[in-house]
Design a protein around this ligand. Structure first.
Ligand SMILES: [Zn+2]
Length: 385
């Protein structure tokens, strides 16, 4: 008996756009998020690159004996020849129905300021016709540009709320997001207005003043929770792995969110722990099982981490209820991330569910019901899609 959910429709609850013009790196360099250099030999010797190119070989109907390099060359040729045809064929193959896009990225733009442009977004929107697109907005993307304007603290906050209001009206996001873990860590405190005001002025005087930056950013996240309630939107919060060295993993353990999540006001906001805290999977699942408002996004476990889903899904489900787990890829930059993650996650989920049915935990119908929740049902409910 095999519980096959590989043809189930998928909603990707967290990913990024991939306009063709933004693909600047070779294909083999797109499966590790470190910003440090990687050698081609090293990247191609990962299980992940083998798995992705095996799946591509099948998808393109190539000779099983064709090499990894031949598969990549053929993929490059097909994508270049018809970007629109290629991205939509991949999405259809994965049965991708809807996607929630973080359009305020990449994280490197936090320093370089080279965010994805409106022209690039328009190019991407014009390419996609096989699935529905929703958006999400980062708090930091909206308030960071205002920090450098030397405003009075009260004016800074007023300008932030106004800018957010305009962005919400323009983009109609289905979620907010915070990347505070990247900048000052997930051990978010709850400073008073007066403490934040003082920290703001000190930080303006010295942008290298980490202690005061942390007080300010902690305040901004706590304060922005009111915006989640005002606009009736959930919060996605980055946890776990990311772009080394900007992402310092020691500051990214979801356990650090304890006080933030336990706060009485914050418990009113549906919060999605992004990337299942990878590699802190058990910690993320534990947090989700103890805080009613917390939910779990499974991204980072697949297209960054080879076979991790085989053991990872089971680790997460030790404590995470099926009603709180959401499928996502965190893909971006190239279309194969969202495609491959959906394909492979559904294969690994099928194997895990088969195991539970064989153990007598539940029957096949229940297994399929749970799969539909993880792959699309929970996202529909949480984001009101
Ligand atoms: Zn992301």
């Amino acid at each position: 008996m095999y519980v096959d959910v590989t043809d189930f429709p998928v909603i990707d609850n967290h990913c990024h756009p991939y306009p063709y013009s933004r693909e600047k790196r070779p294909f083999w360099r797109c499966f590790n998020s470190t910003l440090f250099e990687q050698t081609e030999e090293m990247a191609k010797s990962t299980i992940l690159l083998h798995m992705v190119t095996n799946e591509l070989r099948k998808f393109m109907g190539m000779d099983p004996a064709s090499t990894m390099d031949e598969v990549i060359a053929e993929r490059d040729r097909r994508y270049k020849a018809d970007p629109k045809g290629w991205v939509n064929a991949l999405a259809k193959d994965a049965n991708l129905q809807e996607a929630i896009l973080d359009i305020t990225y990449p994280i490197t733009a936090w320093k370089s300021k080279k965010f994805i442009t409106q022209a690039e977004l328009d190019e991407y929107y014009a390419e996609i016709e096989s699935y529905k697109i929703h958006t999400e907005l980062r708090f930091e993307y909206i308030y960071d540009p205002l920090i450098s304007k030397d405003l009075l603290f009260g004016d800074f906050l007023t300008r932030y709320y106004k800018a957010m209001d305009a962005a919400v009206k323009k983009e109609k996001p289905v979620s907010f997001k915070s990347v505070i873990g990247y900048i000052t860590g997930l051990d978010v405190t709850k400073p008073t207005y007066e403490q934040a005001e003082l920290a703001y002025y000190r930080y303006l005087q010295d942008p290298e003043d980490f202690a005061n930056e942390k007080v300010l950013r902690d305040f901004m996240l706590q304060d922005s929770m009111k915006l989640c309630l005002k606009y009736d939107l959930p919060l996605q919060i980055h946890t776990g792995s990311g772009n080394t060295p900007l992402c310092r993993l020691t500051k990214m353990n979801p356990l650090l969110l304890h006080d933030f999540l336990a706060d009485e006001e914050n418990r009113k906001v549906t919060t999605i722990i992004l990337h299942c805290g990878y590699p802190f999977l058990r910690e993320a699942a534990y947090v989700v099982s103890h805080f009613g408002q917390a939910h779990l996004d499974v991204s980072q476990m697949v297209y960054h981490a080879g076979l991790a889903a085989e053991t990872g899904i089971k680790e997460l489900l030790e404590t995470c209820p099926f009603t709180k787990m959401l499928y996502a890829s965190d893909g971006g930059g190239i279309p194969e991330h969202t495609w491959y993650t959906a394909k492979y996650f559904k294969q690994a989920l099928s194997r895990a569910l088969t195991y539970y049915v064989e153990m007598g935990v539940f029957d096949e119908a229940t297994a399929k019901h749970y799969a539909s929740l993880v792959l699309s049902g929970n996202a529909k409910r949480i984001y009101k899609l």
